[in-house]
Design a protein. Structure first.
Length: 354
């Protein structure tokens, strides 16, 4: 029996939802749909409530987090909510001097580049993120049988931000440490795995029904480097949350050559970007995993008939899968028409109704 066959606590009321059943590779009444970044800048109601509030501050206001997380569920009728936060929130919570700069992303004042710097990465405690526990308590009461997905950044992607000092195209400092000082690199990722695990545990214990590990930058690595230098830390995170019995999703961008390894790290569901058809992704991942994805987000800017054609291609490629959660191959784009997302949810639900 797999870990996700044992519901408990808050997760019991979402156990029979289409999303949870798809994650367990069980028959579903329709293919479940949710979207990465579904709560965000594509929604006018989001822009209204976020106006004048910095990103990190907004992540620390439970009532605001609750409202933003619920907005796409109300509007689009998606099959799951995803907790509104940012992958650097746990790093801010342990006292690192970082901020999210508009148009840039996370910026770290003092990058982590020496063994002495590791001392700044202390353990994360539930008290550090009490606002997360409070917000999820509010959300599970509002969502009822709709699952809430908790999430965190994967150790490699967090390390890249910390070592580079911000977003990077080539990850020069990150790879220099990984290749040049593999012991320091391993210790950095191990510490980040502990922080990430603690952050996910807080979300699950508060009532999240599933968790997703985002490895946004890991597509920059070759498979051999991933196996040697990244997989152990990601596996440590998945192992840490396995006893909770909630579905574990693993997603990265540009990871077509890494899909099998990402599944091997311990996920129950492997997220796939738009570059690899789902039937081919299933071959690479191997048996025993559900897949999530994978419509190109830019398709949503095309006319409705074209969107339906491309969505049908995704569904056709997923037809032979044991478990499929429909999603985009990356996040919702800020300028996307929200009505296009609503229509897409309706189309997938209608076409896959069983």
């Amino acid at each position: 029996m797999s870990a996700i066959d044992r519901p408990s606590g808050q997760q019991t009321k979402t156990y029979e939802s289409p999303f949870m059943k798809a994650c367990r590779r069980e028959p579903v009444p329709h293919t479940p749909v949710w979207f990465m970044r579904q709560a965000g800048r594509s929604l006018p109601e989001y822009l209204k409530v976020r106006e004048g509030i910095p990103m990190l501050e907004s992540c620390m206001r439970p009532e605001l987090v609750t409202e933003i997380t619920l907005q796409p569920v109300r509007r689009h009728k998606v099959d799951a909510a995803i907790y509104f936060s940012d992958i650097v929130v746990p790093l801010k919570a342990i006292g690192l001097d970082l901020d999210i700069k508009p148009g840039i992303g996370p910026v770290v004042a003092e990058p982590i580049r020496t063994r002495g710097d590791l001392a700044r990465l202390r353990d994360l405690t539930p008290d550090d993120v009490s606002y997360v526990t409070e917000a999820i308590g509010m959300l599970t009461g509002e969502l009822g049988a709709t699952p809430l997905i908790g999430f965190a950044g994967a150790p490699f992607t967090l390390a890249s931000y910390l070592v580079e000092g911000g977003p990077s195209r080539n990850h020069e400092h990150t790879k220099a440490m990984m290749y040049g000082d593999p012991e320091l690199w391993a210790d950095l990722l191990d510490r980040l795995a502990d922080i990430t695990s603690a952050f996910l545990k807080v979300q699950i214990e508060a009532g999240a029904s599933a968790v997703q590990l985002f490895d946004s930058w890991v597509g920059a690595l070759a498979p051999a480097d991933y196996r040697r230098s990244v997989l152990p830390a990601s596996a440590k995170v998945f192992d840490a949350v396995a006893p909770y019995g909630v579905p574990r999703i693993h997603f990265g961008v540009g990871t077509g050559e890494l899909l099998g390894l990402m599944g091997e790290a311990g996920a129950d569901v492997v997220g796939v970007d738009w570059r690899v058809p789902l039937d081919e992704a299933a071959r690479r991942v191997g048996p025993g995993k559900a897949l999530q994805g994978n419509l190109d987000p830019a398709v949503l800017f095309a006319p409705p008939a074209a969107v339906e054609t491309k969505a049908r291609e995704v569904l056709d490629a997923a037809a032979g899968l044991e478990g499929h959660v429909f999603n985009l191959g990356h996040g919702v784009l800020p300028s996307m028409d929200p009505d296009a997302l609503t229509r897409l949810v309706e189309y997938v639900h209608t076409r896959t109704a069983r």
